[in-house]
Design a protein around this ligand. Structure first.
Ligand code: TYM
Length: 332
């Protein structure tokens, strides 16, 4: 079975609908036909300052949400990145293969360092995409299920894999991004010109999976649309309405065309109201399952320890090949 791998940062108390529809649902679906490795990217989280206590809490919350969503630890290795040291170790080797200019071209660094200025950003934030390449390449996956915002990082990953393979010896598999077009970029409900983002969206623009379901329903009903009344799918001219249709279609499995017909002539209120109900139906049991998993921290930690052991075995083997090919002494 081909491997799949992906990660998510523990930088908020809850995942949001962009994470869920853009990536996490695909993680769950891909489990059947693949050998999956899914992790909480805590090494990535510290590229910006984190309160240690909060980070630990959020890492457990992230793991609990993955399980609540349907990531099945029987089939998937679910782990925390810092518990598999090979990520940081391969990260260093790949940093030495990355051009400074190449790293500089990564748009997420430009976006994230824009606020405080480049001088205030950490070097870790700068080299973050290279660590991400290491995350991926260690497992030699066929596919990496992510949202559109990760595409550039995956291209760098492929470039670095190719470079290593040709400079030394074929070691890495070139992974394919697995990005579902329909849900690749879920938009901010208040500012549909931007993606829904835990760092950039206003609280009203972001629907958290663990929010009080009533609050989420309210956010959906208050989503920004446009001054027309016609329900039509047109991401250019009507990004707000199109985003709602995308979310609705993804949640219910009803095609966008069918939704457009259903709400023809009804205005936006009916669409928003029904979508709010669909959201509540998804988040209510999800929240209950997550909270139950968090109540049993010992079980959760045991699942993660098992995941780290399984992932570590695969990662160590790749790292040993890499160290050998680079010219390090054996037995380190
Ligand atoms: P992160 O934690 O920002 O997001 C997790 C996943 O959610 C997707 N996503 C979205 N998809 C659609 N619409 C949105 N508005 C939206 N917002 C977020 C992201 O594309 C991502 O798939 N660097 C990664 C974590 C990472 C990783 C990896 C991923 C670290 N190492 C190795 C894949 C492979 C990140 O910060 O994702």
């Amino acid at each position: 079975r081909p491997r799949v791998l992906s990660g998510i940062q523990p930088t908020a108390d809850s995942f949001h609908f962009g994470n869920y529809l853009g990536a996490l649902r695909q993680w769950v679906d891909l489990q059947d036909e693949h050998e999956p490795f899914f992790f909480v990217a805590d090494l990535h989280a510290i590229t910006v300052e984190q309160d240690p206590k909060v980070l630990r809490q959020r890492t457990r919350r992230a793991a609990a949400q993955l399980l609540a969503m349907g990531v099945d630890p029987e089939r998937s290795a679910v782990f925390v990145q810092s518990q598999v040291p090979a990520h940081a170790q391969l990260g260093w080797v790949l940093q030495c293969l990355t051009g400074f200019g190449e790293a500089r071209r990564m748009t997420q660094f430009k976006d994230k360092s824009a606020k405080g200025g480049e001088g205030a950003a950490s070097v870790g934030l700068f080299t973050y995409p290279v660590l991400q390449a290491a995350d991926v390449l260690l497992y030699r996956p066929a596919f990496v299920p992510v949202g559109e915002d990760q595409r550039q990082h995956l291209e760098l990953t492929r470039d670095l894999a190719q470079r290593f393979n040709s400079r030394y010896k074929k070691t890495f598999r070139l992974p394919e991004p697995y990005i579902l077009k329909a849900t690749a970029k879920i938009l901010d409900l208040q500012d549909p010109a931007r993606k829904m983002s835990k760092s950039a969206s206003s609280p009203a623009g972001i629907v958290d999976m663990l929010d009080d379901p009533k609050a989420s329903a309210k956010k959906v009903r208050s989503a920004v649309t446009d001054s027309e009344t016609e329900v039509r799918f047109d991401p250019e001219a009507k990004p707000g309405v199109s985003n709602l249709l995308t979310i609705f279609s993804a949640l219910t499995g009803t095609g966008v065309d069918e939704l457009v017909q259903r709400y023809d002539g009804q205005g936006y209120g009916a669409l928003k109201g029904d979508l709010a109900d669909a959201v509540v139906e998804v988040v209510t049991p999800f929240r209950d399952r997550t909270l139950a998993l968090l109540d049993d921290a010992a079980h959760l930690d045991a699942v993660l320890a098992d995941g780290a052991a399984r992932a570590g075995e695969v990662a160590e083997r790749t790292l040993a090949d890499v160290y050998d090919r680079v010219g390090f002494l054996p037995g380190g």
